[in-house]
Ligand binder design. Structure first.
Ligand SMILES: NC(=O)c1ccc[n+]([C@@H]2O[C@H](COP(=O)([O-])OP(=O)(O)OC[C@H]3O[C@@H](n4cnc5c(N)ncnc54)[C@H](O)[C@@H]3O)[C@@H](O)[C@H]2O)c1
Length: 331
């Protein structure tokens, strides 16, 4: 079995840490070692990696993907890069976009350069993008060749990095694979995002802030296990230079999502506070995941009600994880 040395950026965050725990945990591929490179911004949490810290194939490096010398050094010793690191919260990008451009665009380009100029062979580069690069659509679903029309500064920075990654394939022949996934949910998500924010507010007996009446904004919710499934298929069996949408979760309006969360918490609509919508809020996202399904055999497996119930229980049982984060971020 060939051993693969992987560099995982942003591996202390929500999805990246789940990916690392899955790959190094029981049932993982077994032929990989992983170095996590993470700056530990407010969104990065080293405790997310505690379950794999003692694994002989695990190493953690505290650093910035924009640090060219560090990145060049690290990439030299790795065969593949899985790139999660990003500023990821839309609301923060509206109040200040600079960090989004620096990390998401310049950081990605720094990694791409290191992959390209790696001594001996070039590194394979899996770029974790998002369905938000497509913008918003009223009906139907986006195929991978749909034009990119990002709305928020977050989505625009992700679209820029996504195109930068593809340009390194087209210009230099670098083995770049891009995934565009829909909204994820699951344990360890920073409590500023809607599902953990609502769950933890409800657990504290607080009101949840719903944009308008919640009918307008529709999202396709996918459990992180299914995102990881799609990423692994693309990393191991996908084609260089290709984009793969990952989705097929459950499409819900924010009102429907709120109803389910209220039910899980045993709370009623008096626990909801209607707040004005954020500027440029995309109405509906929906990715067409036919390509990854037919070409690589991807099939979303996690039932939404089951996944949401487990996620609710995880936050109920892990107050020690989220209480300090909420207090520090004044959420
Ligand atoms: N959350 C979703 O629903 C979703 C959906 C599709 C795609 N994505 C993409 O998946 C990736 C991971 O998302 P997430 O929700 O886990 O984000 P997250 O905010 O939870 O984690 C981001 C991680 O990146 C690290 N980081 C930030 N800037 C860095 C830098 N300059 N150098 C090194 N590390 C840095 C942070 O410390 C953190 O650990 C992002 O690229 C995001 O765009 C997320």
């Amino acid at each position: 079995m060939t051993h693969t040395r992987m560099l995982v950026t942003g591996g202390a965050g929500f999805i990246g840490s789940h990916y690392v725990r899955r790959l190094l945990g029981a049932g993982g591929p077994g032929d990989v070692s992983i170095t996590v490179l993470d700056k530990l911004t407010y969104a990065g949490n080293p405790t997310n990696l505690d379950p794999v810290r003692a694994h002989p194939g695990f190493r953690f490096v505290h650093g910035d993907i924009c640090d060219r010398d560090l990145v060049t050094d690290l990439v030299a010793g790795h065969d593949q890069i899985v790139h999660f690191a990003a500023e990821s919260h839309v609301d923060r990008s509206i109040t200040g976009a600079a960090a989004f451009v620096t990390t998401n665009v310049l950081g990605t380009q720094t990694l791409l350069d290191a992959a390209l100029h790696r001594p001996a062979t070039r590194a394979r580069f899996l770029h974790v993008s998002t369905d938000e690069v497509y913008g918003s659509l009223a009906q139907g679903s986006w195929p991978e060749n749909h034009p990119l029309r990002p709305t928020s500064p977050y989505a625009a920075s992700k679209a820029s990095s996504d195109l930068m990654a593809l340009s390194y394939h087209r210009t230099f022949g670098l083995d770049v694979r891009v995934t565009r996934c829909s909204n994820n949910y699951g344990p360890h998500q920073f409590p500023e995002k809607v599902i953990p924010l609502f769950i933890t507010h409800l657990l504290d007996g607080r009101k949840v802030p719903l944009y308008g009446q919640g009918f307008l904004n529709v999202r396709d919710w996918l459990h992180i296990d299914d995102h990881v499934q799609g990423l692994e298929l693309v990393r191991t069996k996908g084609r260089a230079g290709e984009v793969y949408n990952i989705g097929g979760g459950t499409e819900l309006s924010n009102r429907e999502l709120t109803t389910l969360l209220l039910e899980l918490a045993g709370a009623g609509w008096e626990s909801v506070e209607h707040v004005p919508d954020r500027p440029g809020h995309d109405l509906r996202y929906s990715v067409d995941h036919t390509k990854i399904a037919t070409e690589l055999g991807y099939r979303p497996r996690k039932d939404f009600t089951e996944g949401l119930t487990e996620t609710f229980a995880w936050y109920r049982d892990h107050r020690d994880w989220w209480e300090p984060l909420k207090a520090h971020a004044a959420l």
